[in-house]
Design a protein around this ligand. Structure first.
Ligand SMILES: NC(=O)c1ccc[n+]([C@@H]2O[C@H](COP(=O)([O-])OP(=O)(O)OC[C@H]3O[C@@H](n4cnc5c(N)ncnc54)[C@H](O)[C@@H]3O)[C@@H](O)[C@H]2O)c1
Length: 248
């Protein structure tokens, strides 16, 4: 079940957190993984850890997904190294939280440029190869904040809602080619991104999660592995919410 043997996957933000867990899970399923991270050391460390368990499964690429020209170069290198791409996971993301009254244009742009435009850049780099595969998969990591909004996260919510709109449009454009495009909307997952929240905020969030705990990176990796698999071939344009029941 959920076997990815001989598949080539590109995962952004795979140096740590959710992206790293996805890369490990995909490698375990038999895929070869291009581990894309902004920092070279994180990408290299992640690929090394994966290769220790699954020799030859991972290669590291350092790129800022917000930089279109750099992404195009990295894309050429990935295709030269692997020959094709079957699965693209747009997972790289960041937050620059603040109330809209005080939000700077810089913080707005930084979040939109990485979370939303980064996915566009990655798509441009790999669209031809993905469309050639006939059964390719695109998975965009959105957030429940893109569905429900959040005070203090207007930029982040807009980027994730935008990613959901992008997902549905691409799903329609690519459906005739057998390529599925879906989004995962994680709730509150224990990673560096949520580690910075105060205990008070974490307690407040926990009280709103019906299943009673924060999610783990493996919960999101499992959802991605399913959407990447042949078993999910009839699912496209969907937002798979993985949040312990917060949004229902
Ligand atoms: N942790 C959560 O609770 C949660 C909830 C909903 C959605 N998400 C989303 O899941 C994704 C992964 O988040 P995480 O919790 O693992 O966060 P994280 O901060 O641990 O990891 C994010 C990764 O993205 C990379 N990244 C950031 N900007 C980049 C850029 N411009 N170019 C290339 N790489 C870049 C970082 O280097 C890092 O490796 C993000 O898109 C995030 O918005 C997380």
């Amino acid at each position: 079940m959920f076997d990815l043997t001989d598949k080539i996957a590109v995962i952004t933000g795979a140096g740590r957190g959710i992206g790293l867990a996805m890369a490990q899970s995909f490698a375990e399923a038999g895929a070869k993984v291009a581990v894309v991270s902004r920092t070279e050391s994180n990408a290299a460390k992640a690929a090394e850890a994966i290769n220790a368990k699954h020799p030859g499964a991972a290669r590291a690429y350092a790129v800022d997904v917000a930089d279109g020209a750099a992404v195009a170069e990295m894309g050429k290198q990935v295709l030269a190294d692997f020959g094709k791409v079957d699965i693209l996971v747009n997972n790289a993301g960041l937050t620059r939280d603040g109330l809209i009254l005080r939000m700077s244009e810089e913080d707005w742009d930084a979040v939109l440029d990485t979370n939303l435009k980064g996915a566009f850049h990655m798509l441009k780099a790999f669209q031809r190869s993905l469309l050639k595969q006939k059964d390719a998969r695109i998975i965009n990591v959105a957030s429940i904040i893109g569905l429900m909004g959040n005070a203090g996260q207007a930029n982040y919510a807009a980027s994730k809602a935008g990613l959901i709109g992008l997902t549905k449009s691409l799903a329609r454009e690519f459906a005739g080619r057998g390529v599925t495009v879906n989004a995962i909307a994680p709730g509150f997952i224990a990673t560096d991104m949520t580690d910075v929240l105060s205990d008070e905020i974490k307690t407040g969030i926990l009280s709103k999660i019906p299943l009673g705990s924060m999610g783990t990176v493996d919960d999101i990796a499992a959802a991605a592995r399913f959407l990447a698999s042949v078993e999910a071939r009839y699912i496209t344009g969907q937002v798979l919410v993985v949040d312990g029941g917060m949004v229902m």
